[in-house]
Design a protein around this ligand. Sequence first.
Ligand SMILES: O=C(O)CCC(=O)C(=O)O
Length: 321
Amino acid sequence: MEGLTPTQVASFQENGYLVLPNHLSAGEIESLLTETHQLLDTFPLESHPLTQFTTGDDAKDDKPHVGDDYFLTSGDKIRFFFEPDAFSSTPDPATGKPALLKPKQQAVNKIGHSLHSLSPPFRAVSLSERNAAIARSLGFKDPRVLQSMVICKQPGIGGAVPPHRDSEFLYTDPPSAVGWWFALQDAGPGNATLGMYKGSHRGRTGGAVKRRFVRKHNAEGGAIGTEFIENDGPGLPKGMEEREEEGQGPKEEDVEILEVKAGSLVLIHGNVLHKSDKNTSDRSRYAYTFHVIEGADGWKYDERNWLQPPENGEGFSKLYQ
Ligand SMILES: O=C(O)CCC(=O)C(=O)O
């Protein structure tokens, strides 16, 4: 199976991302959307802790929260995270819980984080020879797939994703993450598409990983949530050890607002800064994304990362079969 052309690899390395139009067939898009709707229709609300998705530092005390545990143990499960704006600002007096203001299907921010292993349609488009060939073109020796999710960007309330680099969340020493992001619906300026800071992955433009999103622990060693900490390890992938140059940091005028059709694949360098706005339109913007990290000797997946390997000891899903 063919991977990327040398021109495509060069473009990925130059810009920090690469758009591959028409990557998924109409049948594949249909199967992923059908599965997404089926998951949204059937997940039980009664037993759900009503966890809302945010990457902020929201642990208010040193006790584990049910919602934090639901998030932190979702790496090998299919779970549902709500839009903060889908809830009433005061609890429902009958239940003591915040009340959902929308049907659950239109209230979920994302579904994650192991669709690639647990859902047959998502597994088929993730652990594929086609993706293995792309990973080979990018130089991966033993690529491992993790943190797969559907991001719904619900009409009117789909929350903004602040500028970030994926290696801040899935840190290996040295950094190696690459995101695979598939548009399941057309995405453009009207419905909160991806905004990519072109070239911001490079060391000279300040692309080194400077902060990390990790598990927060209490004095007893229990995980009580998440926080950002300073990165004290290598900030750039092997072979990219450039020094930062003053005044070369990411600029808003370098942001490319992607306009992509359903079925497009966007490859996202783990060090490139990217974001998406709040979806204030009346159109959803479903996307499926998973990430790949280097699992070979010479790279170490960090034990403080928010997402940890499954407890069965098998490690993250191998892309090379
Ligand atoms: O789909 C989005 O809005 C943001 C996705 C993203 O930033 C990511 O997958 O790293």
